[in-house]
Design a protein around this ligand. Structure first.
Ligand code: ADP
Length: 415
């Protein structure tokens, strides 16, 4: 069946059409027929569509909302505008998988979307005010276009972390805040951590129960996950994606008392503080230049920019601290897995993170490390290291498509 995978942001829509089914999953033979992104929805939108064997299609078109954007994308295939053989079959969608950021405490597994699921996703808006409303727009747009005859499935970023014990998910705040307002850690990027753990298992032949690894997702958003016995034991993002590692524009961990301090000192109000933590901190905040790791590394190299170098060093040190912490709570792990735009592509960042960790049994093979970039998958461990190191490009869309197939076919989810 053709599964349309949708990932909606506030003004963007990413989509993939993936041919999958239970037998294709079994043979690891499902394939992406087309993928695309529509940005700047609400004004002159930019559309980019890719399909194997076809030239990349780029268009600019005024698209007023997510429904118009999705209609436009489907229309491209229906009209044969995308010059690939299977264009018309791509437009033939049999199921839709929606990436949903926050499922709260109740939505902990991928699920067919009915009106009660929509209500529960709405209930989680207060926990993810930037993300869930956009995800709901995607559901509304797809239902308006395809109706209920095509099944819609929700796959949650938080779901993989539902196995975290209370010792990981509770903050040391008054317990009543958890009871009254669900103030706790949820974790995000769950589909990515789950996918790379699945690939690790395939690469090493380990069973789910034998999967004891630390997965490090470094992209614009960054998070790290301690996976013990195949399940999330702890992860660095918290009630919101701000907690944990240093990210492109998010601060990660900090002393919470800085916020009232800034309120008193600079008169900053709640929204400003929130904007600072989410949009003006992290690599951008420290460097004062950019949130883009590639550009920071270049500034550091070409111009010896001190703050660019500092941003990169702080970024790497935070990852190192978490690796150490997770190896401690797990009583050691068999492997580290790097993924995400930075984790997959930057051999330099991997080298700086793994430097001088011999004490923990972590060392990289320089040659393998520098050769494993650009969506290549492989092991980059140095000889004799106790914790193996892998680079595994993430593929959240594939897991969303597979969960969609399993929900529609009523088959148990194995990963
Ligand atoms: P998102 O979280 O938005 O999906 P990505 O996973 O695509 O983001 O990661 C984007 C980050 O990856 C950017 O900081 C970008 O600079 C970084 N990146 C991509 N390629 C490289 C590279 N070759 N070297 C260093 N950083 C890179």
């Amino acid at each position: 069946m053709n599964v349309l995978v949708l990932n909606c942001g506030s003004s963007s829509l990413k989509f993939q059409v993936i041919e999958s089914d239970l037998d294709l999953i079994e043979r690891d033979a499902d394939r992406t027929l087309a993928s695309g992104v529509i940005e700047r929805i609400g004004s002159e939108a930019l559309i980019t569509v890719r399909a194997p064997g076809a030239p990349v299609l780029k268009r600019a078109e005024p698209l007023r909302d997510h429904r118009a954007a999705l209609e436009y994308a489907i229309g491209l295939f229906r009209s044969g505008d995308v010059r690939i053989e299977e264009a018309s079959s791509i437009a033939d969608v049999h199921a839709i998988g929606h990436r949903i950021v926050h499922g709260g405490e109740k939505l902990t597994k991928s699920i067919i979307i009915d009106s009660s699921v929509v209500e529960q996703i709405e209930d989680c808006i207060e926990l993810a005010p930037l993300h869930n409303p956009a995800n709901l727009k995607g559901i509304a747009a797809a239902k308006a276009i395809f109706g209920d005859s095509v099944p819609h499935v929700a796959v949650f970023d938080t779901a993989f972390h539902a196995t975290m014990p209370a010792t990981s998910f509770l903050y040391a705040l008054p317990y009543q805040l958890y009871v009254r307002h669900r103030v706790r850690r949820y974790g995000f990027h769950g589909t990515s951590h789950r996918y790379v753990a699945y690939r690790y298992r395939q690469l090493t032949g380990k069973s789910r129960e034998e999967t004891n690894i630390v997965t490090v997702h470094l992209g614009n958003g960054c998070s790290i996950c301690a996976i013990r016995g195949g399940e999330s034991l702890d992860t660095s993002m918290g009630m919101t994606p701000v907690e944990g590692l240093v990210m492109g524009t998010r601060s990660g961990d900090l002393d919470a008392s800085i916020l009232p301090f800034l309120h008193h000192k600079e008169g900053m109000q709640v929204d400003e503080l929130d904007g600072m933590l989410n949009k003006r901190s992290g690599l951008l905040g420290i460097s004062g230049l950019t949130n883009d790791m590639r550009d920071l590394l270049e500034e550091e190299r070409a111009n010896q920019d001190r703050r660019a170098g500092l941003a990169v060093d702080i970024f790497c040190q935070r990852v190192r601290k978490y690796i150490g912490a997770y190896l401690a709570i797990m009583n050691g792990a068999d492997a580290l897995v790097f993924t995400g735009g930075i984790g997959e592509n930057s051999d330099e960042i991997r080298r700086r993170i793994c430097a001088d960790m011999g004490f923990l049994g972590i060392s990289l093979d320089e040659k393998l490390n520098s050769a494993t970039v650009g969506r290549l998958e492989g092991e980059v461990s140095g000889s004799g290291c106790r914790v193996r190191i892998f680079v595994i490009p993430t593929n959240e869309e594939l897991l969303i498509a597979r969960d969609t197939v399993r929900c529609v076919r009523d088959a148990p989810r194995r990963w």
